[in-house]
Design a protein around this ligand. Sequence first.
Ligand code: HEC
Length: 169
Amino acid sequence: MSLRILYELYDRNFMKKGLKIGAVVLFAAFFTAQFVRPDRSNPAIVQAETLESSMQIPENIETILTRSCNDCHTNSTVYPWYSNITPFNWFLAEHINSGRRNLNFSVWNTYETRRKRRKLDQICEQVTDKEMPLPSYLWLHRASKLSDRDIEILCDWTDAEKTKLEQTQ
Ligand code: HEC
């Protein structure tokens, strides 16, 4: 055997070993990471602060919000099975925190009138532009996809609520 072949054999084995070690390291990292989890407790809900306490919500609107928005825009998030797996739970926690920060129906009644009006506008805008529900959410929550009819219903509702807000001014 020439030195060159020997060297190549050595090299190939080394690669295999390297891959094996890499796989073990990756697995160990994944395993260890499972112990590092974000907080999944939902913040408490104060009834007087909720959207429901500020207005009468039609049943069809309630259905759409519950099905497609409330996991990220209320304090009553229902956590899916993959929220048990790091790193998915961190992406999820980030979406939920940022979703709640931007619009939280559980504290809707604490918003000033101007903010409520802006949020009603944005709700219609975001669903019309198919920005919401977040596309990544729809991968695993197919039933949450809004139909054209749902979007129409939501926008009619936000328009009606905006008019009411202006009348109470
Ligand atoms: C998977 C989580 C998730 C779901 C489900 C979801 N949203 Fe959001 N939403 C977010 C996040 C994150 C943000 C803030 C970042 C952004 O604007 O993309 C946001 C922002 C918003 C905003 C504020 C936009 C702005 O310009 O400030 C509105 C309004 C909104 N969402 C409406 C909805 C409505 C209505 C639904 C249901 C039809 C919905 N969202 C479903 C995560 C979600």
